[in-house]
Design a protein around this ligand. Sequence first.
Ligand code: HEM
Length: 154
Amino acid sequence: MFLTTSLLLFLHLIAVTFWVGGMAVMHFAVRPAAVATLEPPQRLPFMAAALSRFFFGVSIAVVTALVSGLALVMALGGFARVHWSVHGMFTLGLVMMALFMHIRFAPYARLQRAVAAREWPGAAAQLGSIRKLVAINLTLGVVVFALAVVGRAF
Ligand code: HEM
């Protein structure tokens, strides 16, 4: 049982680290570097291609985090038995997942269509929306990390 929960926690932490760390890299390094070095006709297809690869990984990470998290809850005796911080993690985790789905199927889908049509102002507007929503999800992710790790002390 100890090995099973350890493996589940490992999968859980790899998934959320990829997701939150990946958002930080996209937000603080990739996008600013693209803005500083590329003109819109190069930058917008580049960002659409980078987000396409990142969001594929995030889709796998979201499913892995949710399944491993719920399996951990079951292994720890169910929601009635776990610490309040796990309830907070679950609630905020679901908000983060809903926000990711919104980004993936609304502004990101519109970004891909605008890039395919070479409509650079429209594509830039969608990328601006994605940047703001990713910043919100990144903040939530850091809050959830704090809740999961520091919250256990209370
Ligand atoms: C949405 C569904 C989620 C569920 C059901 C869930 C559930 C759990 C459970 C049961 C544990 C083990 C707690 C313990 O050993 O006492 C755990 C650990 C952890 N989770 Fe989640 N989690 C979810 C999402 C997330 C998200 C989105 C993040 C980060 C952004 C996150 C970060 C962590 C961390 C850092 C730990 C390790 C805490 C520690 O061992 O100190 N979880 N999670």
